[in-house]
Ligand binder design. Structure first.
Ligand code: B16
Ligand code: MG
Length: 209
């Protein structure tokens, strides 16, 4: 293994609650039912795909422009909430493990669907930490398409078979498998039938690589 590619939300840090609060405010404004169970389906899913899932509960048809406006409204609320994040939102376990992986000579990258990746990394004090960042701003197709991870491997000049993808979402493991990567899964992702290494906690990576 030459490199490790980390999903961001649900692996390096946790912004689920901010996504939830922002989508909830938007959904309440248009009178569409939304709860934590629906929010769980949005993990690892792109912003527009998330909105489409939320609008399954609406009987109104929205135009593309109206959807763009709703997604922008949600994102403005979300970004405001992200401003509260600080290095205290990066756990000791994650930071210590990342440093240990780097000390082993591995290249470290991010592969996230989020277009807010760079802001989040800056907020938690990892703005300049990774060797490459592939995120929602450089892809056309989101997970389970492997594009975000293939781009990360390309940015690192590594072959997918020499990279480990770390994910918390089933769609993320699917993307890793389709791209020819080995995968390590946390939470729900540990239950994917094709995951290479199911994990209980982030530091388990040290016994994998
Ligand atoms: P944004 P990940 C994903 O991040 C989140 O899990 C998902 O809930 C979100 O909709 C997606 O990013 C897009 O985020 O609206 O900030 O572009 O898990 O791929 O790091
Ligand atoms: Mg995730």
């Amino acid at each position: 293994m030459n490199a490790v590619i980390f999903d961001l939300d649900g692996v390096i840090c946790f912004t689920d609650q901010y996504h939830y609060l922002a989508w909830k405010e938007m959904a309440d404004e248009i009178g569409v039912y939304f709860d934590e169970t629906i929010n769980n389906r949005l993990r690892g899913v792109s912003r527009m795909d998330s909105l489409n899932i939320i609008l399954e509960k609406s009987d109104k048809a929205y135009t593309h422009e109206q959807k763009e406006a709703l997604a922008a409204k949600k994102n403005a609320i979300y970004v405001k909430l992200l401003e509260q994040m600080s290095p205290a939102d990066l756990s000791d376990e994650v930071k210590t493990t990342l440093d240990a992986l780097r000390a082993k000579g591995l290249k470290l990258a991010i592969g996230s669907s989020s277009k807010n990746t760079k802001m989040i990394l800056k907020q938690i004090g990892l703005g300049d930490y990774f060797d490459a960042i592939s995120d929602g701003t450089n892809i056309v197709n989101s997970k389970p398409d492997p594009e975000v991870f293939l781009k990360a491997a390309e940015f690192l000049s590594e072959d997918p078979k020499d990279c480990l993808v770390v994910e918390d979402a089933l769609a993320g493991i699917e993307a890793a498998v389709r791209g020819g990567f080995k995968s390590a899964g946390l939470g729900e992702a540990a239950t994917h039938e094709k995951v290479t290494y199911p994990m209980e906690t982030f530091r388990d990576l040290l016994r994998i690589v």
